[in-house]
Write a protein that binds this ligand. Structure first.
Ligand SMILES: [Zn+2]
Ligand SMILES: [Zn+2]
Length: 378
């Protein structure tokens, strides 16, 4: 496989380029300290507004009322209590089902000659990728909507960490850990987040691990599309294998997670260590590494589309605000010059997916033991 063949299918990622150029060319110490002052101003005025004790709200117009009121005079409906919900306890149990008549529940069945032929032919278009992204989005949104209604949640009263937590639970199970040095990790349908971190770092970690999950999910959907089969744990295990067996794929996956993290928090504050530790193990020419980053960046752009449907401009500002409040370290702008600002065009994206999946599928056929081991983990 030669990723460099993809060079002709690239274009500049103008949005990311601008974002990074903007960060690199302003005077940061001034910008950040003035933002801190500004945020203090906001907090003080908030306190002044909150001096009227409101405990109820109108579910229709959102107007807030004190304890002794029972109806909204404007809408003539009963008020609801502003409840404090612990989103950590909410279970959404997201499932992205694909059900077809082909229901492979053994690796021997998946690795038939006919399937190998289908994979090699790789009849898959960007239109199909967009459909997959939409169906993942739709399923998650239905679930999120259901969870909000069921638990009587008013998003307005959630902290930004709670909103991100709730949102991510519409995709993947989230568990907390309070041991070890890793900020978080993703493994077999679950993300684990260390809750000893600040709110800002928990948000970054959740978005990072959610990206790993989504790349796996998209890969499984592509496999099901091409093999015209249901999504079984065997297909999921195959995706995990494809994305992790080679350092090249791990680097691509890690760079995507890293990029999404930066886009929704603040570039320059991301942790480059997991990416760099993989890069160290790879013996590639710089332009080959750059191409892997381009693939990762392109993947990140699709994931960004999923996340943007929930994380709108206001919420993005709230996340950044949380960052300015929590993060004391100064950002590492030196790393920003290593950021890749290139995207694959539609054709290039399909070619890249083809390379990753065709090679991964062929190699997985010789690694059934590893696949079985993965399969026992779901
Ligand atoms: Zn009302
Ligand atoms: Zn990672």
């Amino acid at each position: 496989m030669n990723f460099n063949d993809l060079t002709k299918y690239t274009k500049e990622d103008k949005e990311k380029r601008k974002l990074i150029d903007d960060i690199l060319c302003v005077n940061h110490s001034f910008k950040i300290s003035s933002m801190k002052l500004m945020s203090k101003g906001v907090e003080y005025s908030d306190i002044a507004f909150d001096s009227v004790q409101v405990t109820k709200y109108c579910p229709k117009c959102g107007r807030e009322y004190p304890e002794d009121e029972n109806f909204c005079f404007e809408c003539l409906i009963a008020l609801k209590e502003i409840k404090s919900v612990d989103v950590r306890d909410i279970k959404i149990k997201p499932v992205f089902d694909i059900t077809k008549t082909n229901n492979y529940d053994s690796f021997e069945d998946i690795f038939s000659g006919e399937n190998l032929e289908k994979i090699t032919k790789f009849d898959f278009k960007v239109r199909d990728l967009k459909e997959i992204i939409n169906s993942i989005k739709l399923t998650a949104f239905r679930r999120l909507d259901g969870a909000i209604k069921e638990n009587d949640i008013n998003l307005k009263y959630l902290s930004v960490l709670d909103k991100v937590t709730l949102f991510s639970k519409a995709f993947v199970e989230l568990e907390y850990k309070s041991y070890g040095e890793e900020l978080g990790y993703y493994e077999f349908g679950k993300i684990y987040v260390d809750d000893r971190q600040s709110d800002a770092l928990q948000i970054t970690t959740i978005l990072h691990e959610l990206t790993h999950f989504l790349i796996k999910e998209i890969t499984s959907h592509i496999l099901c599309h091409i093999l015209d089969c249901s999504k079984t744990t065997q297909i999921e295990s195959l995706s995990v294998f494809i994305l992790s067996y080679s350092a090249l794929n791990r680097l691509m996956d890690e760079y995507a997670a890293h990029t999404v993290e930066g886009r929704f928090t603040l570039f320059g504050y991301q942790d480059y260590s997991s990416y760099l530790s993989i890069e160290k193990t790879i013996d590639l020419e710089p332009d080959e590494i750059e191409m892997l980053k381009t693939i990762g960046n392109s993947f990140a752009n699709y994931i960004k589309e999923i996340l943007e449907s929930f994380i709108d401009r206001d919420m993005l500002e709230d996340i950044k605000e949380q960052f300015r409040r929590d993060v004391m370290d100064s950002p590492d702008y030196r790393n920003l010059s290593f950021e890749n600002c290139t995207l694959l065009n539609n054709r290039g994206m399909v070619q890249a997916l083809k390379m990753i999946i065709v090679d991964g599928f062929a190699i997985s056929m010789d690694n059934i033991d590893t696949l079985m081991e993965y399969d026992s983990q779901w």
